[in-house]
Design a protein around this ligand. Structure first.
Ligand code: ATP
Ligand code: MG
Length: 425
């Protein structure tokens, strides 16, 4: 019978790769705790309406990337394509935003029906960080500083650029949108196909079109900065001043608009040219209007999401993959029922007393085949219990990574010896 395969663009994480993910997630958790952020978890399925109302009806995500289906009651449900909307929904539902400040983070799979390629999957993973209830540029700067520190702690000192922009207020965007459309409408025929469509639906997105011809036409287009009001300028200047004070370099990219409708004021992306076309590793911005848009009381908010698959690729590209760790430190080899039982007991005792990785050989087999497995496990010590050792309460030690003489010990002495060995490293 034909074997069933996974869905295209939805990958398994294999045992050999999981240590890298645990490393990343561990680093992130530790970092976020040091900034005072708390984890929130919410379901991967939500009502479709939530994403339509937040991300925007005429965005790429809602128009063509969502996994939407009817459940058995006929309700329209969607696998979350991103986390911000769900995070706001959960916070509102549980009253976490009312007159409160929140610093939150979450991680997990997101789902978008895109063309799978390097760094672009249909099930991918993000860490999202969101801050609610703070109106000034100080929190924008804190989030950016947090992300910058994360790169540093991962050893990524080069290859990432912080691109920064402001989208102003919704009035500013409205006025600019009109000016942009007025400028582009007579040139419509020369725009790429996507941009022609966006001219009617979401004209600001034309700014980050990948088409060279469209970009050439944009060189004489109205400039967004001319439409910014004083408050928006002050916010942006305040952010820049704080980044300067923190020594965080950035590049102003006036064409950075982001693909989700809820952003205003600050937007930013960390980009790299080391991963080909999928160069954005982390992206975010301010979304002061979203909570209200979803039915809550107006609440200032800012956040970002980083794509963990792209981060893994970047760690590889910058030679910052963590060292591979062995499955075991100590491997217990045994032969005969009594010896097997002794090994099982000894292993439990070691795990209970020491911070050491102990694998007991299970399933029998010759000493030779057991030693092969011991070697493959990466262990530095094989503890051998044969029938004689089992009777006498002893073990034989065989050092697997250094030339050191085989040694006989009482089972009770093993603990102290291991303690000494672990302290050496
Ligand atoms: P892109 O322009 O690359 O499509 P986006 O603007 O759609 O990205 P966001 O919705 O802002 O991305 O998501 C934040 C981050 O999540 C991205 O910067 C990227 O690292 C990651 N990401 C987004 N879509 C995918 C995907 N299909 N596969 C893998 N990672 C993704
Ligand atoms: Mg996208």
């Amino acid at each position: 019978m034909a074997k069933i395969q996974s869905i295209r663009g939805m990958n398994d994480l294999l045992p050999e790769d999981s240590p890298l993910w645990q490393y990343l997630e561990g680093k992130l958790q530790h970092l976020l705790a040091r900034y005072g952020y708390s984890e929130i978890r919410f379901p991967i399925l939500e009502q479709t309406e939530l994403f339509k109302r937040s991300i925007g009806e005429v965005t790429d995500i809602v128009e063509k990337e969502m996994y939407t289906f009817e459940d058995r009651n006929g309700d329209s449900l969607t696998l979350r394509p991103e986390g911000t909307a769900s995070c706001v929904r959960a916070c509102e539902q549980h009253g976490l935003l009312y007159n409160q400040v929140q610093r939150l983070w979450y991680t997990g799979p997101m789902f978008r029906h895109e063309r799978p390629q390097k760094g672009r999957l249909r099930q991918f993973h993000q860490v999202g960080v969101e801050a609610f209830g703070m109106v000034g540029p100080d929190i924008d700067a804190e989030l950016i500083a947090l992300s910058a520190r994360f790169w540093e702690e991962l050893g990524i000192t080069e290859g990432l650029t912080l691109e920064l922009n402001t989208l102003g207020s919704s009035d500013n965007r409205k006025a600019y949108r009109e000016a942009l459309v007025a400028y582009l409408a007579p040139l419509k025929g020369q725009l790429d196909e996507d941009s022609q469509r966006r001219l009617e639906t979401n004209p600001l997105r034309i700014l980050d079109s990948k088409s060279e011809q469209t970009q050439a036409l944009l060189s004489n287009a109205p400039v967004f900065d001319d439409y910014l009001d004083e408050a928006s300028k002050t916010h942006f200047d305040g952010l820049c001043a704080r980044l300067d004070a923190l020594g965080i370099a950035y590049v102003r990219n006036p064409k950075l608009v982001r693909g989700l409708d809820y952003y205003g004021l600050t937007v930013f992306e960390w980009t790299t040219n080391l991963l080909g076309a999928q160069g954005t590793v982390c992206a975010g911005g301010r979304y002061d209007g979203l909570v209200e848009q979803l039915g809550g009381k107006a609440t200032p908010a800012v956040g970002f999401a980083m794509g963990l698959e792209r981060l893994c690729l970047l760690l590889d590209a910058t030679d910052n993959l963590p060292e591979k760790t062995a499955q075991a430190d100590v491997y217990l080899v045994s032969s005969g029922t009594q010896a097997e039982i002794a090994a099982l007991k000894l292993a439990e005792q070691l795990r209970g007393s020491l911070d050491v990785k102990v694998v007991t050989h299970c399933g029998g087999g010759s000493f030779k085949s057991q030693f092969k497995k011991a070697d493959k496990s990466g262990a530095w010590l094989a503890v051998v219990i044969g029938e004689t050792e089992a009777e006498q309460g002893k073990v034989q030690l065989k050092w697997l990574r250094e030339t050191r003489e085989q040694q006989e010990l009482g089972q009770g002495e093993l603990l102290a010896l291991l303690q000494r060995e672990l302290n050496k490293n």
